[in-house]
Structure formats: C-alpha cells, structure tokens
Write a protein that binds this ligand. Structure first.
Ligand code: UFG
Length: 337
C-alpha cells in the first residue's frame, strides 16, 4: 500500500517524502510544479537511496487523480498541494479558492469513489487570525483575514462536514506555525520562485549576497524588543509530525486538529542575531513600517500533539538556522543552479 502526497515536490512535501521513504513507505507524488522543482525528486532519491512514483499534474485534474487511484493501491493521502502566499492571495482570490478549496473537493471526491478515506491535511496557524491569547490552542476561535487563510478555514470546515456525513473518514488537520530549516544533507530546502516573503528565506538570500538588506517590518509591537514574535519550527520536525499523524489515522475513525510548532516564540531581532552568530555573516537590516496584516506575537500550545500524537518538535533554533544556511550556501540559486 502506498501513501499519496499531493504537493510532494515542494518545500514541506519533499521533506515529508524523505521521512516517509526512510520509514519504508511506498510514496506516490502528484505535483504540478507551480512552486516546486522536479530536481527535488532526484535529490530525495539521493538522500534516501529509494525512489517514488511521480505524476506531474494538478489536484484540479480529476481524470489524473482517478488514474492514480486506479493504478495504485493507496492507503492514505497527505494533502499538501496548495497556494500559500498571504499577500498574493489578496490579489488572486479566485486562484486561491480554486486551487485550495476546489482542489480539496476534487481530491476527496476521487478518494471516496476509490474507498480511500484516510487524509492528513496541511492547514496553517493563519486560521486563528487575531489570537484569543497566547499560547494558541486548537480550541481557540478562528477568523482568517486573507483569501489564503479563508481557503484553509473553508477546507477545515468541509472536512468536518465530510466526517459528519460519513464517519468512515479518518482526517487529521495539521496547523503549521512557521516552518524553516532544511534537510541536514543540504540537498533539499526552501526555494522561493520570487523575492521571498518569509523571514528566514529572505535572511538567507541577504547572507548569500542576492539581496542587499532585510527590512524589519515594525519595531513598535508590544513584544520585548518591539519586533514580531513567531513560533519557528524545523521542517524535518514538521515532516515527522505528518508520519505521527499517519500512524494515528490507522487506529480510529475520527477528525482531529493539531498545532505543529515548538511552543516557543522568537523575535525578528533574535533571529537576525542568532543567524549572524551561527553563520558569521552580517545581515544588514533597517526598520520599516509594520507589514499589513502582521500580528505582534504568535506561538502554539503544543500539548495536544504531544499527548495525542506522541510528537513534539526536537530541533533547536540553532539547527534551524544552520540547516537553512547549509542549504542556501550550497544552492545559492535554489534548484536553478
Ligand atoms: N518579517 C520581516 N521582514 C521580512 C519578512 C518577515 O521583518 O522581510 C517579519 C514579519 O513581520 C514577522 C516575522 O518576520 O514578524 C515572520 O514573518 P514571515 O513572513 O516569515 O511569517 P508569518 O508569520 O508572517 O507567516 C507565516 C506564513 C503564513 C502562515 C503563518 C502561520 O507565511 O502563511 O506563518 O504562522 F500562515
């Protein structure tokens, strides 16, 4: 039996596939390569000395999904394929709702037709909107502020409704905090197509000389040093979380939601200082206005994942930074060398 990973060639997908292959799972990937590179697949093979089956295509392509489910014995699906840039989603709402919401509907329709009802879904801490309090618990209220966040919330709702209608469905929703870092081999990592939106990717490109300086968005937040605080989690820990979620799926028919984070927040200035210490690279930066939609502080209560999934993040901020830099310095242009 195989695990289908949608979006398996992307940043989180490639790391998850490595962990699955290392655990001797058979893996099938479907990815349209809209924000991923096919070279990641040969790197995965190099890391694991194992191969997976790859289909290039979108989750909107129902005929392709049917073919995949017909040709392979699929046990469960890890659904990572989706668009993920908050600001971009404000300009392209139709594209975000189509890919993220319609894509999930089509995937679930095909899964149901083939009697495959085990699903791990990639959601985001963005669904909490302005948090009720800190740390953020899974039971806190939700309220997304962008089409991207709304699309994740809509999918969470449709999965809950699907489980109500047919309780044979086994569904785990993972709400990621801020994934950073790269595989220790330096062979796979985050490879933004454009100028990075996210902090760690931006810092790495400043350090490697591709970007001149970092803008720190806001230094007047109510945080210890005035800059934004986030819960950064190593992508390898995150990938492991998916394996724990899969293991749990086989034991009961339920729907469950988990935060995946470390439970600890770091400010932008702490990230810059730690990056400089570890890499010996200076990160020139200047303070600029707050970025629209940003919040002061955001970090997870991770106790539910610890108790119910037997999972917790193990890798330190130092390891996150070391591995991000290892990847970036070995691959200054990402996969496009
Ligand atoms: N930041 C800067 N300069 C930059 C980029 C970011 O100062 O060039 C700051 C932000 O203001 C924020 C922190 O660095 O305080 C982290 O910003 P990121 O863009 O890396 O991450 P966000 O927390 O804004 O958002 C990310 C994902 C979202 C997801 C969210 C969940 O991009 O999709 O984490 O926690 F929903």
């Amino acid at each position: 039996m195989a695990i289908l990973v949608t979006g398996g060639a992307g940043y989180i997908g490639s790391h998850t596939v490595v962990e699955l292959l290392n655990a001797n799972q058979q893996v099938i990937i479907v990815d349209n390569l809209s924000n991923a590179n096919v070279i990641a697949l040969s790197r995965i093979e190099k890391i694991t000395a194992k191969s997976c089956i790859f289909y290039q295509g979108s989750v909107l392509n129902k005929a392709l999904l049917h073919k995949i489910f017909t040709d392979h014995a699929i046990e469960a699906v890890i659904h990572l394929a989706g668009l993920k840039a908050e600001a971009d989603s404000v300009c392209k709402p139709l594209q975000y709702y189509e890919t993220n919401v319609t894509g999930t509907i089509i995937l679930c329709q095909v899964m149901a037709e083939h009697q495959v009802k085990k699903l791990v879904f990639s959601s985001s801490a963005t669904v909490y909107g302005v948090p009720d309090g800190l740390p953020i618990k899974e039971t806190d209220s939700t309220g997304a502020t962008t089409p991207y966040g709304q699309s994740k919330l809509m999918v969470e709702q449709l999965l809950a409704d699907l489980h109500t209608a047919d309780n044979q469905w086994d569904i785990t929703i993972l709400r990621y905090f801020n994934p950073v870092g790269a595989h220790p081999s330096g062979l796979i990592g985050e490879d933004p197509c454009d100028i990075p939106n996210n902090l760690m990717a931006y810092i790495c490109q400043v350090a490697v000389g591709k970007l001149k300086e970092l803008q720190v968005f806001g230094n007047d937040y109510l945080t210890p040093d005035g800059t934004g605080v986030r819960d950064y989690i190593h992508v390898v820990d995150l990938a492991q979380g998916h394996l724990k979620a899969l293991a749990k799926l086989s034991s009961n028919s339920a729907i469950a939601t988990y935060n995946l984070g470390t439970g600890r927040g770091y400010s932008v200035i702490e990230i810059i200082n730690t990056f400089e210490q570890i890499t010996g690279k200076a990160i020139p930066y200047r303070f600029s206005a707050r970025r629209d939609g940003d919040l002061a502080a955001y970090f997870a209560d991770v106790s539910h994942a610890k108790t119910a999934l037997d999972w917790h993040a193990e890798l330190s901020l130092e390891t996150m930074i070391e591995s991000s830099w290892h990847w970036q310095s070995k691959n200054p242009n990402g996969y496009r060398n």
